[in-house]
Design a protein around this ligand. Structure first.
Ligand code: FE2
Ligand code: FE2
Length: 317
């Protein structure tokens, strides 16, 4: 006993080289549509990630470059090969070495994996998301839309979605889409964004393209499927319930519920918070305007949910 104690004293825990991560502590975290990645440990050529994947999702296994490898160790849940000939459960693992072709597996249940990879995927995903957020900040700088606008939109649209009992996945997508809704303005000339007064018809045509450009920017940056739905919501954020919106002129429930919500919230926020070229309305005036446009510009169900959510939002802030 004494000897062990002695050894302990000789080799005390050094906070510089021993890192203890408690259950809910991670170096970093990336949340995507159906996947959550928690970076538990890393060095220059290895990442150890805990990954949650929802049921009925496909994931790809491919080690990629020379001398690289990937290990998926199943902690919880069931995974099957694409043809379902192989089923794997807790304690089973899949290893991919370089040079081998990629394989697809699917989750039969919700799955937790320990994912060890010599390709730093975590860093690259995180980098892409950070780039997108930086681009959004740039637009806020040259446009009248501010970071605060995006932030309020994100909170208020999530509250509205909760009133409609939308799934976690939809909430997540809507959150991202709200924050990035005008990212397509990155391609609109600064002179247009900052033009005081009315735009000419041809200028307006260019401005209207930002909905389409927003979708393109997201799809260009993320070749995977995770941002497809977010891109679609952004694409539809200027559609109108009565079909008079743009760019596609979608009507009624052809418009995604997430986009229906975003449209109401975006309009409300723009009315209540002053912009250089227009006087801000009072909250009461803005709500009256939203109600007037129910069934015209806005989807009735989105308006009803919004009115409840807005009350809570005002109470919170
Ligand atoms: Fe917009
Ligand atoms: Fe906006």
């Amino acid at each position: 006993m004494e000897e062990i104690e002695g050894k302990k004293n000789k080799f005390p825990l050094n906070p510089n080289n021993i890192i203890i991560n408690r259950k809910d502590e991670y170096l970093d975290k990336v949340e995507k549509r159906s996947t959550q990645l928690f970076l538990i440990a890393k060095n220059d050529n290895l990442e150890v990630i805990k990954q949650h994947i929802t049921a009925d999702k496909t994931f790809q296994i491919a080690a990629g470059e020379e001398n690289s490898f990937e290990l998926f160790y199943i902690l919880e849940g069931t995974v099957a090969s694409e043809d379902e000939k192989i089923t794997l459960a807790a304690g089973d693992s899949i290893t991919a070495k370089s040079g081998e072709e990629e394989k697809y597996f699917k989750t039969l249940t919700e799955v937790t994996l320990l994912y060890i990879s010599s390709t730093p995927i975590f860093a690259s995903e995180q980098k892409k998301i950070n780039e997108l957020l930086a681009l959004n900040e740039q637009i806020a700088d040259k446009d009248t839309e501010t970071h605060d606008h995006c932030d309020r939109l994100q909170r208020l649209s999530r509250l509205t979605a909760k009133e409609l009992d939308l799934s976690e996945e939809k909430l997540f997508n809507l959150g991202y889409a709200s924050f990035l809704h005008d990212i397509g303005k990155a391609k609109v000339p600064k002179s247009l964004l900052q033009k005081p007064g009315r735009l000419t018809e041809s200028e307006w045509e260019i401005m209207k393209k930002h909905a389409k450009w927003g979708k393109t920017i997201l799809l260009e940056r993320f070749s995977n499927k995770y941002f497809e739905q977010v891109a679609e919501i952004i694409y539809q954020h200027h559609e109108r319930y009565d079909g008079q919106g743009y760019p596609q002129g979608l009507k009624g429930d052809e418009i995604l519920i997430e986009a229906q919500i975003l449209t109401v919230v975006d309009a409300y926020d723009a009315m209540v918070y002053e912009r250089p070229y227009q006087r801000a309305l009072t909250r009461k005036e803005a709500l009256a305007e939203i109600k007037r446009e129910k069934g015209k510009q806005f989807a009735p169900r989105a308006v009803e949910a919004f009115l409840k959510a807005e009350k809570k939002f005002v109470g919170q802030s």
